[in-house]
Design a protein. Structure first.
Length: 137
């Protein structure tokens, strides 16, 4: 499957995840829900890694380990904050604001990964920001 197929699978997964996590965090501490859901993620990632035969030790100790660690720290902060936001606010507002990471990730990729920024992307980013603003009000 190509990257667009995987992106669509991710879209479906995150779309279903959010309401389920919201219900759970309305009845349980958000950190408990985060621990349970992310433990499932870690176990699943480990299983896929082992089945594929990927080099875990080399990947976690090699020259790119600092990026893995940095991504882990950023993901931990973002996910724990997202669960807390779901526990305290409406999904219809929390999710679009959280989803704005797509805009900021795109901008960071242009600034630091030398990806292109076309006029179409600028318009799309602007419309996305406007849409989030309108939904979150």
């Amino acid at each position: 499957m190509n990257y667009l197929g995987w992106a669509l699978v991710a879209l479906v997964g995150y779309s279903v995840f959010t309401p389920l996590a919201s219900v759970a965090t309305n009845h349980l501490p958000s950190n408990v829900v985060a621990l349970g859901a992310n433990t499932m993620l870690a176990v699943t990632a480990l299983a896929v890694t082992l089945v594929r035969g990927d080099d875990v030790v080399g990947g976690l100790t090699g020259e790119y380990a600092v990026y893995v660690a940095g991504a882990g720290v950023a993901l931990s902060v973002g996910i724990l904050a997202y669960y807390r936001a779901l526990a305290t606010g409406p999904v219809s507002v929390v999710t679009p604001v959280y989803g704005s990471f797509l805009v900021f990730s795109s901008l960071l990729s242009v600034a630091f990964l030398d990806e292109s920024l076309s006029a179409t992307k600028v318009v799309g980013i602007g419309l996305t920001v406007l849409g989030v603003f309108l939904v979150a009000r």
